[in-house]
Ligand binder design. Structure first.
Ligand code: SF4
Length: 610
């Protein structure tokens, strides 16, 4: 029936692993991954809990289509109360870990409590045990951890989701990295994992996944895959991946540059797709080697790169960085490039690789560094604070150094590990933090993209472009008109889609009709457009309920002063700011919320959330 019907509950304080049945009523209402794990979190923790206390829980969740063979059906999510934000956090990842976990027989793992000493969880189908990590992998990088666990268990097919030093030692935006370079990256989910003394989850699965109507399901995934593979969008994603957005945002004037002081970057041509493909004089290779795909994916949007061995950052390093590794994606490239004023693609690649190796979210790391660079520019941070490093915008040396000291949590790296909000508050300039609910902006400036501003302001996990953007409208004009309904519809659609096990990059190619057809064939009951729509809206409102109970209010649905008061200097939005005040009241009304952003009892009743 696509769900395995089983949860693994891991009590880290007691050292126990217990199988329990999945709540099928909740699964029918909240699907899987983001939706279902959010329901469990809401039921099982006090939303006011300190995210780093043992009372917070950490949930690894697959979707019903994860591991089934549906194209792109390898997604999995981490849901918890975010360390960075204090809001509900859901970070979604690809790679092979999620498919392996599902095939091993588990819909979810719920981690509770805190282990008295570092441990890791080993899963082989229905067998699960906590093992000592202290003198084995604690303190090791993500990559060392993957190698060492596979060696100890004599199995190269084990898939792992791990933290490095950033997660162990309290970098507030630590990620959980699987398959070396895929990450549940945002909101500090890796920081929560570290607080629980949990180093890695190592899983091997051979049990398989059953679906409700196998014959119909095979036909549905075949039709969906054929349609997806025939699209130009699929070809573009395979050829240039997410990096395509660098040129798009540069042209539109929505490329966050130097901590959003600018919206276009004069060095953009040195850090875009063409630059990735340029043959280097030093070794005759390009930065970009090839693309690669996650579990069961017929797109393959991920980038594989090699570092230039003659780059200054490689001096004195062993050759591990000059071997093929996960390369720059747009979000890492904008944050480590234009946001810091850096146009050195090798430096940005190195910093991105370090984020994977040590488990950091490259968006939050890059944006925090850019805030630190602005603090340095105005004299609020000095070389005395940094230990001598000149933290200037545009300095590739500063970028590489900062990634090293933050990833290994040394010296000024501890300050950078605070995240932009806490750092700017500490150094006396909270207005310089480009964050919402404590989470750093993604690579889209909200002055040129009005709907993106509304999305950042209302996103349940803090500023995020993946929670339902009004892409078409935002790249058509810079008016706030029509953004409230477009953002609401997109948010509800993404909330459902993030709960299925499929990758968002396939959604347009499949079309919503074939998403519904795959779900309907895989699961019991009827999964049609109407059920999908209301389920997405239910999940969005459930997350909102969590945040309201955690203490967030209407005052948190806002943007930094820079987005609202400092007009963009260039691009299509030159002279304009984000007009959030024109969009937010309409958005609340469309959602069936009060003027204070609280869902009315009628709305909760309609969605089955009372
Ligand atoms: S489209 Fe890209 S991110 Fe999505 S599953 Fe495929 S390779 Fe992974």
């Amino acid at each position: 029936m696509a769900w395995q019907g089983k949860i693994l509950r891991v009590d880290l304080a007691q050292g126990t692993c217990v199988s329990e049945p999945l709540n099928m009523d909740w699964a029918a209402k909240f699907v899987g991954q983001r939706g279902l794990a959010s329901k469990y979190l809401m039921e099982e923790i006090d939303p006011k809990v300190d995210p780093l206390s043992p009372d917070n829980k950490l949930i690894f969740a697959t979707g019903p289509l994860t591991g089934t063979g549906a194209s792109t059906g390898g997604r999995w999510s981490v849901v918890t109360k975010g360390a960075l934000t204090g809001a509900i956090a859901c970070s979604n990842s690809g790679g092979f870990f999620g498919g392996e976990l599902k095939i091993a027989g588990w819909d979810m793992i719920i981690f509770e409590g805190r282990s008295p000493k570092p441990v890791y969880l080993s899963i082989q189908n229905d067998q699960a045990e906590l093992l000592d990590a202290e003198d084995f992998i604690w303190g090791k990088t993500v990559w060392e951890t993957e190698d060492l666990v596979r060696q100890r268990h004599l199995d190269n097919e084990i898939k792992l989701a791990s933290i490095g030093a950033a997660g162990e030692d309290g970098v507030m935006y630590a990620a959980i990295v699987n398959d070396r370079d895929r990450a549940a990256g945002r909101s500090g989910v890796g920081t929560v994992m570290g607080s629980k003394n949990l180093k890695t989850v190592a899983v091997r699965g051979t049990a398989g996944v059953a679906v409700d109507d196998p014959k119909r399901f095979l036909a549905a995934i075949s039709t969906a895959s054929d349609r997806l593979n025939a699209t130009a969008d699929r070809d573009r994603r395979a050829a240039i991946g997410t990096m395509a957005m660098m040129d798009v945002n540069q042209a539109w004037g929505s490329l966050p540059t130097r901590n959003c002081q600018d919206v276009q970057f004069e060095g953009e041509e040195n850090i875009n797709v063409a630059a990735m493909k340029k043959i280097r004089a030093s070794d005759g290779k390009a930065n970009l080697m090839r693309n690669k795909a996650c579990f069961a994916c017929s797109i393959g949007c991920a980038r594989v790169s090699t570092m230039d061995p003659s780059h200054f950052s490689m001096k004195g390093k062993d050759d591990k960085y000059t071997k093929p590794e996960g390369g720059l994606e747009y979000e890492s490239a904008f944050a480590l490039g234009p946001m810091c004023g850096v146009d050195d693609i090798e430096a940005a690649t190195y910093a991105s690789i370090l984020c994977n190796e040590h488990s950091m979210d490259p968006i939050s790391f890059g944006a925090t560094l850019s805030a630190a660079m602005e603090l340095f520019e105005i004299g609020a941070i000095t070389t005395e604070d940094t230990g001598g490093m000149v933290l200037e915008f545009g300095s590739a040396e500063a970028l590489c150094w900062a990634a090293e000291v933050t990833g290994t949590v040394q010296g000024f790296g501890r300050e950078l590990g605070l995240g932009s909000k806490r750092l700017c508050e500490k150094y006396g300039h909270p207005e310089l933090s480009m964050t919402v609910k404590g989470q750093e902006f993604a690579g889209y400036d909200p002055r040129a993209m009005q709907g993106m501003g509304l999305l950042y302001a209302t996103s349940n996990r803090g500023a995020c472009h993946l929670r339902g953007a009004a892409w078409t409208e935002d790249y058509t004009d810079v008016s706030p008109k029509g953004r409230a309904p477009a953002v609401k519809t997109a948010q509800d659609g993404m909330a459902f889609y993030d709960s299925t096990g499929l990758c968002m990059f396939a959604r347009g190619g499949f079309g919503d009709d074939l998403v519904a057809e795959q779900m309907d064939a895989a699961l019991p009951g009827v999964w049609d457009a109407e059920r999908i729509k209301i389920t997405g809206e239910r999940i969005w409102n459930l997350e909102r309920q969590f945040n309201l109970a955690a203490g967030f209010t209407v005052a948190d649905d806002t943007l930094p002063e820079r987005s609202l008061k400092e007009p963009a200097k260039t691009g299509v939005a030159a002279g304009k700011v984000n007009e959030l005040d024109k969009m937010l009241p309409e958005y609340y009304e469309l959602r069936g919320w009060t003027a204070d952003g609280v869902p009315t009892s009628g709305t909760l009743n309609r969605l089955g959330l009372e």
